[in-house]
Design a protein around this ligand. Sequence first.
Ligand SMILES: [Zn+2]
Length: 150
Amino acid sequence: MRSSLTIEFIRACALEGQYEISLHADQERLEDGLAIKDVEEALCSAEVLEDEVEGRAEPKHLKSEAMAGKYSDCFFCGGEVVETAINREIWWKGKLHLIQEVPAGVCKQCGEKVILPEVAGEIDRILQGRTAPEEVLQVPAYRYPRSKAV
Ligand SMILES: [Zn+2]
């Protein structure tokens, strides 16, 4: 395990696909129309503008060669992370998509979710239209009443 979180270490992790992406971050990048490859490329060519990591604990959330499990322990609480199939609702290019039974790492302690880069890549392939949907669902849609706005 490296003793500090350097840009070289981050680049190597991105290059080798040795990282986990939080479900929240993955949702954000999809809503921005970014493929996981774009994120990895950006990481590989990134420069450090400001170092805010000083004083933080060891980067235990980054995978190391010593890691036995599929997922590292939870970045937030240190709890054990186990694989669970989750359903994801993703807004992609203005349309809502449902992807069921996505493998995700879920913290047993705090519920934080992460996904692996290969899973993010497969989601990209599905959304980019290389897989026909199993079915097309109808979703009830509402608008919050203006009169009740706070
Ligand atoms: Zn946790």
